[in-house]
Design a binder for this molecule. Structure first.
Ligand code: ARG
Length: 262
Protein backbone atom coordinates (compact mmCIF):
# COMPACT_ATOMS: atom_id res chain seq x y z
CA UNK A 1 0.00 0.00 0.00
CA UNK A 2 1.05 3.62 -0.48
CA UNK A 3 -0.16 6.36 1.91
CA UNK A 4 -2.32 9.12 0.37
CA UNK A 5 0.01 12.03 1.25
CA UNK A 6 -0.27 13.49 -2.26
CA UNK A 7 -3.62 11.98 -3.24
CA UNK A 8 -6.23 14.07 -5.04
CA UNK A 9 -8.27 14.26 -8.21
CA UNK A 10 -5.86 16.35 -10.27
CA UNK A 11 -6.83 15.07 -13.73
CA UNK A 12 -9.64 13.02 -15.27
CA UNK A 13 -8.81 9.65 -16.82
CA UNK A 14 -11.97 7.72 -15.90
CA UNK A 15 -15.66 8.68 -15.68
CA UNK A 16 -15.61 8.89 -11.85
CA UNK A 17 -12.94 11.60 -11.71
CA UNK A 18 -14.07 15.24 -11.63
CA UNK A 19 -11.39 17.80 -10.90
CA UNK A 20 -13.93 20.21 -9.41
CA UNK A 21 -14.80 17.69 -6.66
CA UNK A 22 -12.47 18.34 -3.75
CA UNK A 23 -10.86 15.47 -1.89
CA UNK A 24 -10.85 15.82 1.90
CA UNK A 25 -7.21 15.00 2.56
CA UNK A 26 -7.64 14.30 6.30
CA UNK A 27 -10.59 12.06 5.64
CA UNK A 28 -8.67 10.22 2.92
CA UNK A 29 -5.80 9.69 5.36
CA UNK A 30 -8.20 8.31 8.03
CA UNK A 31 -9.94 6.02 5.55
CA UNK A 32 -6.60 4.72 4.29
CA UNK A 33 -5.35 4.09 7.87
CA UNK A 34 -8.57 2.25 8.69
CA UNK A 35 -8.22 0.11 5.57
CA UNK A 36 -4.60 -0.73 6.44
CA UNK A 37 -5.42 -1.64 10.05
CA UNK A 38 -8.50 -3.64 9.02
CA UNK A 39 -6.37 -5.66 6.61
CA UNK A 40 -3.88 -6.18 9.43
CA UNK A 41 -6.65 -7.42 11.74
CA UNK A 42 -7.83 -9.74 8.95
CA UNK A 43 -4.41 -11.38 9.00
CA UNK A 44 -2.49 -9.52 6.29
CA UNK A 45 0.98 -8.14 6.81
CA UNK A 46 0.93 -4.67 5.24
CA UNK A 47 4.05 -3.31 3.53
CA UNK A 48 4.11 0.31 2.42
CA UNK A 49 5.99 2.34 -0.15
CA UNK A 50 6.79 6.06 -0.10
CA UNK A 51 4.18 8.43 -1.58
CA UNK A 52 5.38 10.77 -4.34
CA UNK A 53 4.47 14.42 -4.98
CA UNK A 54 2.84 14.96 -8.37
CA UNK A 55 1.63 11.34 -8.58
CA UNK A 56 -1.80 11.39 -6.89
CA UNK A 57 -2.88 7.95 -8.15
CA UNK A 58 0.18 6.10 -6.83
CA UNK A 59 -2.08 5.17 -3.87
CA UNK A 60 -3.70 2.67 -6.27
CA UNK A 61 -0.91 0.13 -5.99
CA UNK A 62 -3.03 -2.61 -7.63
CA UNK A 63 -1.88 -1.01 -10.86
CA UNK A 64 1.84 -1.34 -10.08
CA UNK A 65 2.20 -4.59 -12.00
CA UNK A 66 1.83 -8.35 -11.77
CA UNK A 67 3.47 -10.30 -8.95
CA UNK A 68 4.27 -13.98 -9.25
CA UNK A 69 6.50 -15.47 -6.52
CA UNK A 70 9.77 -13.50 -6.77
CA UNK A 71 8.95 -12.05 -10.19
CA UNK A 72 7.48 -8.57 -10.78
CA UNK A 73 6.15 -7.50 -14.19
CA UNK A 74 5.78 -3.68 -14.07
CA UNK A 75 2.69 -2.10 -15.65
CA UNK A 76 2.78 -0.04 -18.80
CA UNK A 77 0.24 2.68 -18.05
CA UNK A 78 -2.12 3.82 -20.78
CA UNK A 79 -2.24 7.44 -19.62
CA UNK A 80 0.82 9.73 -19.37
CA UNK A 81 -0.59 11.04 -16.05
CA UNK A 82 0.24 7.69 -14.39
CA UNK A 83 3.36 6.68 -16.31
CA UNK A 84 5.62 8.44 -13.78
CA UNK A 85 4.57 5.92 -11.11
CA UNK A 86 6.31 2.98 -12.77
CA UNK A 87 9.94 3.77 -11.79
CA UNK A 88 8.87 4.04 -8.13
CA UNK A 89 7.12 0.67 -8.15
CA UNK A 90 10.00 -0.99 -9.97
CA UNK A 91 12.51 0.45 -7.50
CA UNK A 92 10.47 -0.85 -4.54
CA UNK A 93 10.28 -4.36 -5.97
CA UNK A 94 13.97 -4.41 -6.93
CA UNK A 95 14.90 -3.27 -3.39
CA UNK A 96 12.73 -6.02 -1.94
CA UNK A 97 14.48 -8.79 -3.87
CA UNK A 98 12.09 -9.29 -6.76
CA UNK A 99 13.28 -10.08 -10.26
CA UNK A 100 11.96 -7.48 -12.72
CA UNK A 101 10.53 -8.81 -16.01
CA UNK A 102 9.56 -6.05 -18.45
CA UNK A 103 6.67 -6.16 -20.93
CA UNK A 104 7.47 -4.93 -24.45
CA UNK A 105 7.22 -1.13 -24.73
CA UNK A 106 4.54 -1.24 -27.40
CA UNK A 107 1.67 -2.54 -25.22
CA UNK A 108 -0.31 -1.18 -22.28
CA UNK A 109 -1.16 -3.29 -19.25
CA UNK A 110 -2.23 -1.99 -15.83
CA UNK A 111 -1.12 -4.85 -13.61
CA UNK A 112 -3.22 -6.54 -10.97
CA UNK A 113 -5.97 -3.96 -11.53
CA UNK A 114 -6.62 -5.75 -14.80
CA UNK A 115 -5.37 -9.28 -14.11
CA UNK A 116 -6.55 -11.57 -11.35
CA UNK A 117 -5.61 -15.20 -10.75
CA UNK A 118 -8.40 -17.74 -10.58
CA UNK A 119 -7.68 -21.47 -10.37
CA UNK A 120 -4.90 -22.15 -12.86
CA UNK A 121 -5.24 -19.05 -15.02
CA UNK A 122 -4.82 -15.30 -14.94
CA UNK A 123 -8.02 -13.56 -16.00
CA UNK A 124 -7.06 -10.35 -17.76
CA UNK A 125 -9.40 -7.48 -18.63
CA UNK A 126 -8.61 -5.36 -21.64
CA UNK A 127 -9.79 -2.41 -23.72
CA UNK A 128 -9.81 0.78 -21.64
CA UNK A 129 -6.40 0.46 -19.95
CA UNK A 130 -4.79 -2.79 -21.01
CA UNK A 131 -4.27 -4.12 -24.53
CA UNK A 132 -5.25 -7.62 -25.59
CA UNK A 133 -1.89 -7.53 -27.38
CA UNK A 134 -0.15 -7.61 -23.98
CA UNK A 135 -1.47 -11.07 -23.14
CA UNK A 136 1.07 -13.23 -24.97
CA UNK A 137 4.01 -11.44 -23.35
CA UNK A 138 2.25 -11.39 -19.97
CA UNK A 139 1.61 -15.10 -20.16
CA UNK A 140 5.25 -15.81 -20.99
CA UNK A 141 6.67 -13.48 -18.33
CA UNK A 142 4.29 -14.56 -15.57
CA UNK A 143 4.49 -18.20 -16.62
CA UNK A 144 0.74 -18.76 -16.50
CA UNK A 145 -2.09 -19.07 -19.05
CA UNK A 146 -3.97 -15.79 -19.57
CA UNK A 147 -7.71 -15.72 -20.31
CA UNK A 148 -8.81 -12.41 -21.85
CA UNK A 149 -12.06 -10.69 -20.91
CA UNK A 150 -13.14 -7.62 -22.86
CA UNK A 151 -14.47 -4.84 -20.65
CA UNK A 152 -17.56 -3.24 -22.14
CA UNK A 153 -18.51 -0.34 -19.82
CA UNK A 154 -16.10 2.57 -19.38
CA UNK A 155 -17.21 3.11 -15.77
CA UNK A 156 -15.65 -0.26 -15.03
CA UNK A 157 -12.40 0.32 -16.85
CA UNK A 158 -10.35 -2.18 -14.81
CA UNK A 159 -11.14 -5.86 -14.27
CA UNK A 160 -10.96 -5.50 -10.47
CA UNK A 161 -14.12 -3.34 -10.55
CA UNK A 162 -16.02 -6.29 -12.07
CA UNK A 163 -14.45 -9.46 -10.69
CA UNK A 164 -13.30 -10.58 -7.25
CA UNK A 165 -11.99 -14.11 -6.72
CA UNK A 166 -13.09 -15.45 -3.33
CA UNK A 167 -11.66 -18.97 -3.29
CA UNK A 168 -11.09 -21.89 -5.67
CA UNK A 169 -14.77 -22.07 -6.65
CA UNK A 170 -16.33 -18.69 -5.98
CA UNK A 171 -16.07 -15.11 -7.18
CA UNK A 172 -18.06 -11.88 -7.21
CA UNK A 173 -18.84 -11.16 -10.85
CA UNK A 174 -20.37 -8.28 -12.83
CA UNK A 175 -21.19 -9.89 -16.20
CA UNK A 176 -22.95 -6.77 -17.53
CA UNK A 177 -19.55 -5.07 -17.60
CA UNK A 178 -18.09 -7.66 -20.02
CA UNK A 179 -18.72 -8.48 -23.65
CA UNK A 180 -20.50 -11.74 -24.49
CA UNK A 181 -17.29 -13.69 -25.08
CA UNK A 182 -15.89 -12.49 -21.74
CA UNK A 183 -19.06 -13.65 -20.00
CA UNK A 184 -18.57 -17.11 -21.50
CA UNK A 185 -14.93 -17.22 -20.39
CA UNK A 186 -15.89 -16.47 -16.78
CA UNK A 187 -18.90 -18.79 -16.87
CA UNK A 188 -16.65 -21.66 -17.94
CA UNK A 189 -14.04 -20.78 -15.29
CA UNK A 190 -16.01 -20.01 -12.11
CA UNK A 191 -18.18 -22.84 -10.73
CA UNK A 192 -20.05 -20.69 -8.16
CA UNK A 193 -20.29 -17.05 -9.25
CA UNK A 194 -22.08 -14.45 -7.13
CA UNK A 195 -23.47 -11.98 -9.70
CA UNK A 196 -23.66 -8.28 -8.80
CA UNK A 197 -26.45 -6.11 -10.18
CA UNK A 198 -25.91 -2.66 -11.72
CA UNK A 199 -26.18 -0.73 -8.43
CA UNK A 200 -23.91 -3.14 -6.58
CA UNK A 201 -21.31 -2.93 -9.33
CA UNK A 202 -21.49 0.88 -9.32
CA UNK A 203 -20.97 0.80 -5.52
CA UNK A 204 -17.60 -0.92 -6.21
CA UNK A 205 -18.68 -4.05 -4.32
CA UNK A 206 -16.34 -6.17 -6.49
CA UNK A 207 -13.35 -4.05 -5.47
CA UNK A 208 -12.85 -6.02 -2.26
CA UNK A 209 -9.79 -7.56 -0.64
CA UNK A 210 -9.92 -11.20 0.39
CA UNK A 211 -7.61 -12.29 3.22
CA UNK A 212 -8.30 -15.96 3.92
CA UNK A 213 -11.96 -16.08 4.91
CA UNK A 214 -12.12 -12.34 5.64
CA UNK A 215 -13.43 -9.96 2.99
CA UNK A 216 -12.76 -6.25 3.32
CA UNK A 217 -15.31 -4.40 1.19
CA UNK A 218 -16.08 -0.77 0.29
CA UNK A 219 -19.81 -1.59 0.58
CA UNK A 220 -21.81 -4.73 1.20
CA UNK A 221 -25.52 -4.89 0.30
CA UNK A 222 -27.50 -7.20 2.64
CA UNK A 223 -28.18 -9.74 -0.11
CA UNK A 224 -24.47 -10.10 -0.86
CA UNK A 225 -23.52 -10.19 2.83
CA UNK A 226 -25.97 -13.03 3.50
CA UNK A 227 -24.55 -15.17 0.69
CA UNK A 228 -20.94 -14.47 1.70
CA UNK A 229 -21.73 -15.40 5.30
CA UNK A 230 -23.54 -18.56 4.19
CA UNK A 231 -20.32 -19.48 2.36
CA UNK A 232 -18.34 -19.00 5.58
CA UNK A 233 -16.77 -15.58 4.95
CA UNK A 234 -16.56 -12.73 7.46
CA UNK A 235 -17.27 -9.33 5.93
CA UNK A 236 -15.88 -6.00 7.11
CA UNK A 237 -16.93 -2.79 5.37
CA UNK A 238 -14.43 0.08 5.22
CA UNK A 239 -15.53 3.49 3.91
CA UNK A 240 -13.14 4.55 1.14
CA UNK A 241 -15.44 7.21 -0.34
CA UNK A 242 -12.63 9.75 -0.78
CA UNK A 243 -10.81 7.31 -3.06
CA UNK A 244 -13.99 6.51 -4.99
CA UNK A 245 -13.82 10.13 -6.21
CA UNK A 246 -10.79 8.95 -8.21
CA UNK A 247 -12.53 5.76 -9.37
CA UNK A 248 -10.91 3.29 -6.97
CA UNK A 249 -11.82 1.45 -3.77
CA UNK A 250 -10.38 -1.11 -1.33
CA UNK A 251 -8.74 -3.53 -3.70
CA UNK A 252 -7.25 -0.83 -5.96
CA UNK A 253 -5.49 0.53 -2.86
CA UNK A 254 -3.64 -2.75 -2.36
CA UNK A 255 -1.40 -5.15 -4.24
CA UNK A 256 -1.02 -8.74 -3.03
CA UNK A 257 2.66 -9.67 -2.65
CA UNK A 258 2.20 -13.33 -1.69
CA UNK A 259 1.05 -14.47 -5.12
CA UNK A 260 2.17 -17.87 -6.38
CA UNK A 261 0.61 -18.51 -9.76
CA UNK A 262 0.39 -22.19 -10.69
N1 ARG B 1 -7.63 7.17 -10.76
C1 ARG B 1 -7.08 5.89 -11.00
C2 ARG B 1 -7.05 5.60 -12.49
O1 ARG B 1 -7.96 5.99 -13.17
C3 ARG B 1 -7.85 4.82 -10.26
C4 ARG B 1 -7.25 3.46 -10.37
C5 ARG B 1 -8.09 2.39 -9.77
N2 ARG B 1 -7.39 1.16 -9.74
C6 ARG B 1 -7.93 -0.04 -9.98
N3 ARG B 1 -7.18 -1.09 -9.83
N4 ARG B 1 -9.17 -0.20 -10.39
O2 ARG B 1 -6.14 5.01 -13.01
Amino acid sequence: MCPPEHFGVLYEINPWMHQEVAVDVDRARDQWETLASTLGDAGAEVETMAPQPGLPDIVFTANAGIVNRDCFVPSRFRHPQRQGESPHYTAWFAEHGFRIAELPGSVSHEGAGDALPFRSVLLSGYRFRSDAAAHVALSELAGVPVRPVELADDRFYHLDLTFCPLDERRALVAPAAWDSYGRKVVEALVPEPLPLDADETAAFVANSVVVGTNIVMPACPARIGRQLEAWGFDVVVVDVSEFQKAGGACRCLTLALDVALP
